[in-house]
Write a protein that binds this ligand. Sequence first.
Ligand code: 5GP
Ligand code: MG
Ligand code: MG
Length: 183
Amino acid sequence: MRAAEIADQLTDVLVTEEEIQAKLVELAARVEADYEGKDLILIGVLKGAVMVMADFARALKRDITMDWMAVSSYGASTKSSGVVQIRKDLDTDLHGKHVLIVEDIIDSGLTLSWLLENFESRGAESLEVLALLRKPEAAKVEIDCRYVGFDIPNDFVVGYGLDYAERYRNLRDVAVLAPHVYS
Ligand code: 5GP
Ligand code: MG
Ligand code: MG
């Protein structure tokens, strides 16, 4: 698809590249202060969190380790099924670790609530969540998310890691996918 065709499939840009980068710098400063003197492992949730992990990790002016988990709950649809499946597990033993989960978006909250329970059972010393985006109106379960980038309306968004049927992940901004694309 060329730029003009992609533009036709999007409606509003909700968060620009510049806004994302500025917010990640702000969140990085908070994380640096909160975890001072502690080892920190960032756990990214594949694949949506790839961009936020890459930029957030580099905004941190401190040493971290990184691991990845792949779960699926959406398939090619735009609604959460609530059924979470592990596609790639962690390589790291979380026992005694300070864990920060890095997520693209909290929508229903079902995926994160499942992940939090799963990670708690692995004996982490502490467990917090950073999410670039959150849709408060879509919440089915409350997630205690310490670091939130932007609260957005209850629209299906793409870009900056977020896909529709695996496309649009490489867009630099976060934009609303035009309903004509999926309805
Ligand atoms: P949940 O509903 O469980 O909170 O969301 C699970 C996952 O669905 C998110 O991590 C994200 O990958 C995907 N998701 C939720 N809302 C959106 C959205 O608006 N756009 C896209 N592309 N993915 C979403
Ligand atoms: Mg995700
Ligand atoms: Mg997806």
